[in-house]
Design a protein around this ligand. Structure first.
Ligand code: DCS
Length: 277
């Protein structure tokens, strides 16, 4: 089953207008929420970010978050999701194609779940640098993902696991992840401003690192600083905490997952919902 507006229907029954602005303009926002053992991870934080993203592009959410929570929880139960994620998007709605906001359009909500056949890989990965050609509101989780898609595609074609964006010398984030580096046991990541998405996993990691007694600095770092760091990792809802051991062919630190990364990952695993079965 999937959710379309107020309905809970099968995917085959769903109808989306060809003039939905999400389809024609990428005019909408989205979230991806992990489900562990049938339970959402950090759902409230994702909902808050959805509300903020929608408000930044002046979409009024067509539901109360409390009501949405009940419905997505029901969806997970109905679909019997054990380990997977919820994808949720809200577009400005359907109207004859024209750039300005339509007067009459009603926002459209679509939500569906995905069950994983296997857990996403967190094997140490290799990344490449690519110039960050995206717009200057990367803090909004908008459906406009072409810059991210092109970067990820190039990284995949060249045999890398992720593309790491930089604006000039400054490292911003990955094509679908946040980027962290560790130098002298200090954890660094780009500040949560308009140049990056403030990842829910990123925030969790900063808080866990703090709990571990590590020094944390939300400070921008350069490509060279990343290359000469002791450890690096990427984070996201789906990739969790994934070590990066090579960037553009340069080995990072020992070329293996570092101790600080491993400690943060262990703490992250401890924060996951326990089995409800
Ligand atoms: N930066 C970008 C550009 C992202 O797309 C994502 C997540 C993140 C950072 C990490 O944010 P979270 O920790 O909140 O996931 N991208 C989602 C996506 O599009 N698929 O899976 C996760």
């Amino acid at each position: 089953m999937i959710i379309v507006n107020n309905q809970m229907i099968s995917k085959e029954q769903a109808q989306i207008d060809i003039e939905d602005r999400g389809y024609q303009f990428g005019d909408g926002v989205y979230e991806v929420v992990r489900i562990y053992n049938g339970v959402f991870y950090e759902l409230d934080a994702h909902f808050k970010r959805l509300e903020r993203s929608a408000s930044e592009i002046k979409i009024k959410l067509p539901f109360q978050l409390k009501e949405l929570k009940t419905r997505v929880e029901k969806l997970v139960t109905l679909n019997n999701v054990h380990s997977g994620h919820l994808y949720l998007q809200v577009t400005r709605g359907a109207a004859p194609r024209n750039h300005p906001f339509p007067v009459k359009a009603e926002p459209v909500l679509v939500a569906y779940t995905k069950e994983y056949d296997h857990e996403p890989s967190r094997l140490p990965g290799r990344a490449m640098f690519t110039e960050d050609i995206r717009w200057l509101r990367c803090d909004i989780k908008s459906l406009n993902l072409l810059g991210n898609v092109l970067a990820k595609q190039e990284s995949q074609e060249r045999g890398f696991d992720e593309a790491i964006f930089h604006r000039g010398d400054i490292v911003t984030e990955g094509s679908s992840t946040n980027v962290f580096m560790i130098k002298n046991r200090i954890v660094y990541t780009h500040p949560a401003n308009q140049l990056i998405l403030d990842g829910i996993t990123r925030r969790k990691i900063l808080s866990l690192a703090n709990d571990l007694g590590l020094q944390v600095k939300e400070e921008a770092f350069t490509k060279d600083e990343l290359l000469s760091s002791d450890e690096a990792f990427i984070s996201s809802t789906t990739q969790e905490v994934r070590p990066i051991i090579e960037v553009n062919g340069h080995t990072i630190g020992s070329g293996k997952e570092g101790d600080v990364t491993a400690a943060i990952h262990a703490e992250f695993v401890k924060s996951l919902p326990v089995s409800v079965n």
